[in-house]
Design a protein around this ligand. Structure first.
Ligand SMILES: Nc1nc2c(ncn2[C@@H]2O[C@H](COP(=O)(O)OP(=O)(O)OP(=O)(O)O)[C@@H](O)[C@H]2O)c(=O)[nH]1
Ligand SMILES: [Zn+2]
Length: 340
């Protein structure tokens, strides 16, 4: 068997880079699909065999993932979907004009849940009135994202700005870009690559539900720098196993929550709730608490449905399931709290 990495995922079979040769199309081994229905995702390190009598190579094994970007499968409420693996940084991409704060919060939760470094890129900065407005926006988004997250603005029309972003893409990094369709992810990749490697807004494929510029997730090698995964506009960002992500994305609210009298406080009117107290005294923004509560409720609801689905399948141990969930989310966990 040879070791390789999945470098592209489209509607066909995964493309796997093996050695220095051209990437090969791979099918999944039947045994792999039977054992837990494992499918390779972009970034996966895999072991492939190449039977002589077969058109495609075969993925025999998928190595454990050092990180993974997981959302709830939009087609099914009780299974996770891994969109990318083994990256070192998540870059959340939002347009500088009309930043959607609620969407940004959700993206940050999913990004933090992966356990790797998180950055925010505000694109199309040329559409703002000038440097002052850009600076104010970066400050506002930084305040929302917290001190651990670096926020930068970018425009394809500003070569100097592109230079500032390059430090995220050091040679040993694999960055994944997350953001809705049309925010300019492919344009960014093309700017960094110095040539047209991804199709942008000019060429579009209509798919009934909306418009998608990028139809496949692929790893792009930037010349003299690291690599980047462009993910097509991911429409649904349902949370899956995201408690640590919520805690990391809401450091302001989460630090209050740690002072609640009850460890499992739902922050919905329990006695001794530190969040309620902070709200009453105006020490925390009501929108932040509303988002925090809403996202927590979503995770609990998904957990409830998982438990339900498991019961219907005749499985029992939810502890085992949690342990597996922790392994698949790529973030070490102890007792439901972040360990980092
Ligand atoms: N004014 C301005 N327009 C931009 C900038 N970057 C991208 N655009 C435009 O925004 C549109 C969408 O850009 P894309 O790069 O295709 O967006 P995307 O995020 O890759 O979209 P998907 O592949 O569908 O996820 C195109 O028409 C671009 O020309 C920018 O910095 N400034
Ligand atoms: Zn509370």
């Amino acid at each position: 068997m040879e070791r390789g990495q999945v470098v592209q995922l489209d509607r066909g079979y995964p493309l796997v880079a093996v050695g220095d040769g051209a990437p090969v199309r791979c099918e999944h081994a039947t045994a792999l699909m039977k054992a837990g229905d494992l499918r390779a995702t972009v970034g996966d390190r895999v072991w492939v065999s190449r039977p002589a009598d077969h058109d495609n190579a075969i993925i025999e094994r998928i190595d454990p993932r050092s990180s993974s970007f997981v959302r709830r499968d939009p087609a099914e409420r009780t299974v996770p979907q891994v969109l990318a693996a083994n990256f070192t940084r998540v870059i959340v991409v939002e347009p500088a004009v009309q930043v959607n704060e609620r969407r940004l919060e959700r993206e940050l939760v999913l990004a933090h849940q992966t356990g790797v470094a998180v950055s925010v890129l505000l694109t199309k900065a040329d559409l703002l009135s000038g440097p002052d407005e850009v600076r104010r926006l970066v400050e506002r988004v930084s305040a929302l994202a917290g001190p651990e997250v670096e926020v930068r603005a970018f425009s394809v029309r500003d070569a100097a700005g592109a230079q500032a972003v390059r430090s995220w893409f050091a040679a040993d990094e694999l960055c994944v870009l997350v953001g809705k369709s049309g925010v300019g992810k492919s344009s960014l990749v093309n700017t960094l690559a110095g040539r047209q490697v991804m199709e942008t807004g000019a060429v579009r494929e209509a798919d009934g539900k909306g418009r998608h510029t990028t139809v496949s997730r692929a790893i792009v090698q930037l010349p003299g720098a690291g690599r980047v995964i462009d993910m097509p506009g991911v429409r649904g960002l349902g949370l899956w196993d995201a408690l640590e992500g919520i805690e990391a994305a809401f450091p302001d609210v989460a630090s209050l929550a740690r002072a609640c009298r009850f460890r499992d406080c739902a922050h919905e009117g329990e006695p001794g709730c530190a969040i309620e107290a902070a709200l009453a005294e105006g020490r925390v923004a009501p929108e932040r608490v509303a988002s925090y509560r809403g996202l927590l409720a979503e995770v609990r609801e998904t957990d409830r449905r998982r438990e339900e689905a498991r019961r219907l399948r005749g499985e029992k141990s939810s502890d085992q399931q949690r342990a597996r969930g922790a392994a698949s989310s790529g973030r070490a966990r102890y007792n439901g709290r972040r360990t980092r």
